[in-house]
Design a protein. Sequence first.
Length: 56
Amino acid sequence: MNLKIIVEEHPDCFVAYPVGLKGVIVGQGPTFDEALGDAKSAVQFHIETFGHDVAR
């Protein structure tokens, strides 16, 4: 499954979120890469928990 993940820079951190999944999934971190990795980990957990049907 390929997902688009948006990473935004905020004054004190980076925030990342996927597009096209049911539910709220957010990653954050002090760097772009850490926020992206956190979001990827959260997406993997979300799919393992709720199944592939969470993709829109």
